[in-house]
Design a protein. Sequence first.
Lengths: 183, 183
Amino acid sequence: MKDFQNNIVVLRLSHRPSRDKRVSTHLFLAARALGAYEAFYTGTKDPSLEESIKKINEEWGGTFKITYFSNWKNAVKNWEGKIVHLTMYGIPFQDIIEEVRTSIEPIMIIVGGAKVPGEIYRISDWNISVTNQPHSEISALALFLNEFYQGKYLKHEFQNAKINIRPSKNGKQIQKIKQVFKH
Amino acid sequence: MKDFQNNIVVLRLSHRPSRDKRVSTHLFLAARALGAYEAFYTGTKDPSLEESIKKINEEWGGTFKITYFSNWKNAVKNWEGKIVHLTMYGIPFQDIIEEVRTSIEPIMIIVGGAKVPGEIYRISDWNISVTNQPHSEISALALFLNEFYQGKYLKHEFQNAKINIRPSKNGKQIQKIKQVFKH
């Protein structure tokens, strides 16, 4: 069975710190929670965005990381695998997800920013829509990943977490996880 | 069969125009695209947020609307139906969605803002998590709605749309829809 954890990278195009900070943060957190291994972004480098994702990992575990590229071509040129471009103009994901899922290569998922260059449509192996309505790259990515992994990450336990949540019917239960060191 | 279109209302708490404009816009668009009938919000009234949702409806169709309440208690007090609160501390949605789906009453889905009052946990019929990891109210709502409707809205056609998209493998195909007036 293939190692799902190494299978998915998300590339977020054209991040603008002033406008997109919260949307990009939500996007990367959704990517992490739902099974992406790492993420790349282009646009303007944003140290506070990188720091906020790093802090989440330190507390909640896992090895998800984000890396900045000055240009999407640099992020793509050494990529050995397939490319999915999420766009409202693409083929409905429910019609194509099985084909994507059974690909044996790792997958880069490109999600757009302000203006998506026409080349992105041409270099992608699949242009895929999550509904053909306008909504959000966050919801589109989440639905795509959850369907790709067939719900596998909904109860995923991240390694090296300092805290986690005990699900509760009517309150908040956060558990601190004791680190056990062996001598 | 029950009328799904009248079944779901989303309540977004504590909107702050300066910080949350794009996140709230994405949230409401995801709500619309994935089958919510309407949305309420509290926090600070934001005419430009309301205008952007109205414009989407004018172009893309449907009757989704958003309404401001100065206080969440005003939004809830006349609600006749069940209440779901989406929170990372709640019961995993995949364990409870069948129970929610088979409720014969309409459902209000509350999604948090900066600080969620403890009362929200107590007045809700279900406190539900979409993973127990931090990610986004947008991804959480999208996954919940899509699962609730079992994918029904992924190909929904909105009434009275002026434009729609013809899904395409490698480009953009937008169709203008001719309005036919009968005399």
